[in-house]
Every structure is written in structure tokens, then in C-alpha cells.
Design a protein around this ligand. Structure first.
Ligand code: SF4
Ligand code: SF4
Length: 85
């Protein structure tokens, strides 16, 4: 068996490659905010389909329990302040 790390559009997922192909699904990694780069624009808050992002002291904060790893917040952030990996 071989572990495979796939990175695409700022997202990363880990797959387990076994004899029958990719198996065991993927392993979700919640979005993380780089606080130093966040301008507090709140675009990600409006974009998140899971309502997983709130603002704390004008910085976006992701609730990892709600995040589904969709990457929508990464796409909308003009400051590249969110990563999913
Ligand atoms: S979209 Fe980016 S800059 Fe704007 S609040 Fe979210 S993380 Fe911060
Ligand atoms: S990756 Fe998707 S679900 Fe997670 S915080 Fe960003 S927009 Fe919300």
C-alpha cells in the first residue's frame, strides 16, 4: 500500500493506494486562516456553505467541526489568507 498526497488549487487530500486502486476515501483537512494576511473583508464568511467561518477581532476563524473542505473560501479570498491542506 502507498499513501498518495494530492495537492490541487490550494487543497490537499491524502489517498491510500492499494491493489484495487484508490481506497478508504479521502481524509478531510479543514481550512485554516493565516491571520497575518487576513484583511477582515468577510467575503469568506458569506461564501462558506457550512457557515463555518466567523469573525473574531476582525480576523476570520474557521470552525473545523463544520468545515467540509470544499475550498470555496480559498477561492474567494483575494488576500490568499486561507489554505486547505
Ligand atoms: S476572505 Fe480572506 S481576507 Fe477576507 S476575511 Fe476571509 S480570510 Fe480574511
Ligand atoms: S473549506 Fe468550505 S466549508 Fe470549509 S470553511 Fe472554507 S468555505 Fe467553509
Amino acid at each position: 500500500m502507498v499513501w498518495v498526497l494530492v495537492c490541487w488549487r490550494g487543497r490537499s487530500e491524502i489517498y491510500l493506494l492499494c491493489g484495487s486502486g484508490l481506497g478508504f476515501g479521502d481524509y478531510k483537512m479543514p481550512a485554516k486562516v493565516i491571520a497575518a494576511d487576513c484583511t477582515g473583508c468577510e467575503l469568506c464568511v458569506d461564501e462558506c456553505p457550512e457557515e463555518a467561518i466567523t469573525m473574531v477581532d476582525e480576523i476570520a476563524v474557521v470552525n473545523a467541526d463544520k468545515c467540509n473542505d470544499c475550498g470555496d473560501c480559498v477561492d474567494v479570498c483575494a488576500s490568499d489568507a486561507i489554505v486547505v491542506k
